[in-house]
Design a protein around this ligand. Structure first.
Ligand SMILES: [Zn+2]
Length: 364
């Protein structure tokens, strides 16, 4: 079975109000789940809108990341209050937690992303982290969300940094899937890869304008937002498992094992992961175009104020055995790194990162 997309998607400037009657059809006692103080105003507005529509609404927050400690606590709140749906309102971690809860309690998940930082509002996956934000594993859910609401009025209030992060995460779709799945004969997988290439081109063309002018009137902005939050999810949906991740996400998962005071966003780490993946392709798979791709990407990433080295993420790989830790986690048995069409071992990762970080330090 393939889980391709949410059952209903509302997008645009009045998406939230368009979605309300549909939400009413499937829920009377939703639990509103959020996290950050910065988005509290929007959640309160949503809360009020639901009360006005005679919903019985419960509201609660995630304390940490999408972690077992939070999920257990939230599950008991849902059960105690007999909530019949989860409306997850926020960034990737909140959306993942909402989807996971709804899935384990077999009630509908409704996702309302408040930024374009990931495609978590779309997918049937939840990433589980520790309380401290270390990646543990991703879990396949029984379905995509029942309803996804991409309200542009909400998204435009998100910090620019979240959009840049979403762009990096969406760019990874092409760099990862074209590498891991280009020889897969399944037509749908091939078509998904081509969509990821079109998406990459659109992000390369429109990314900078979207980042600098976050307004509903800016077509580049709406296209980029929808590319990151919707199309990136669709690619994962039709492309299936092998179309999702490779080295960039494997390296992301490893870097999250090291606590950084910078608290980098998911896509910020993935962006650095793409650059490292391209270096691996260059040195281990004789990809002569990889260096050109790196130059092209770094140019865009600098314009979007995205980190372009592990040092930029607030982590010095040359201390605390960090290099070894990243290499070990990247190459562990279950890692996506093994989807690469060439063999990679811990020493390859260590050498690539040392060169990469030294180069960056020299440039700086
Ligand atoms: Zn990602």
């Amino acid at each position: 079975m393939q889980l391709i997309s949410p059952e209903k998607i509302f997008r645009g400037n009045s998406a939230w109000f368009q979605a309300l009657p549909q939400i009413k059809k499937i829920s009377k006692r939703p639990l509103l789940l959020g996290r950050s103080l910065a988005t509290n105003e929007i959640r309160q507005q949503i809360y009020k809108d639901l009360l006005d529509e005679n919903f019985e609404v419960y509201i609660t927050n995630l304390n940490f990341d999408c972690c077992y400690e939070d999920l257990e606590r939230l599950e008991s709140i849902v059960i105690k209050n007999k909530c019949d749906s989860i409306i997850a309102i926020g960034g990737g971690k909140v959306l993942d937690a909402g989807k996971f809860l709804a899935d384990s309690l077999s009630i509908p998940a409704i996702t309302v992303p408040l930024s374009a930082s990931t495609c978590a509002g779309w997918t049937a996956l939840s990433n589980i982290y520790s309380k401290e934000g270390q990646f543990i594993k991703d879990i396949e859910l029984k379905s995509c969300p029942k309803i996804m609401v991409l309200e542009h009025e909400f998204i435009k209030t998100a910090p620019k940094r979240t959009l840049a992060s979403g762009i990096a995460d969406a760019l990874a779709k092409w760099y990862e899937s074209s590498l891991t799945s280009s020889k897969v004969e399944d037509g749908l997988v091939q078509q998904a890869i081509q969509i990821s290439r079109v998406l990459r081109d659109q992000l390369l063309i429109d990314g900078e304008s979207a980042y600098h002018n976050q307004s509903i009137q800016n077509v580049s902005w709406s296209n980029v937002v929808e590319g990151c939050a919707l199309t990136a999810g669709l690619i994962g949906g039709i492309g299936g498992e092998k179309c999702r991740t490779a080295a960039a996400h494997a390296i992301h998962n490893a870097i999250t094992q090291i606590i950084s005071t910078h608290k980098p966003l998911h896509g910020e780490i993935v962006g650095v992961g793409i650059l490292l993946q391209l270096r691996l392709e260059e040195t281990k798979n004789n990809n002569k175009l990889a260096n050109q791709s790196i130059k092209q990407l770094v140019l865009l990433m600098k314009k979007l104020n995205l980190p372009t080295s592990i040092a930029d993420l607030g982590i010095n790989v040359f201390e605390n055995n960090n290099l070894q830790k990243i290499a070990e986690f990247t190459c562990r048995d279950k890692s996506e790194i093994h989807f690469l069409p060439f063999e990679i071992n811990q020493q390859d990762i260590i050498e690539t990162i040392i060169n990469f970080e030294k180069q960056k330090i020299k440039i700086a």
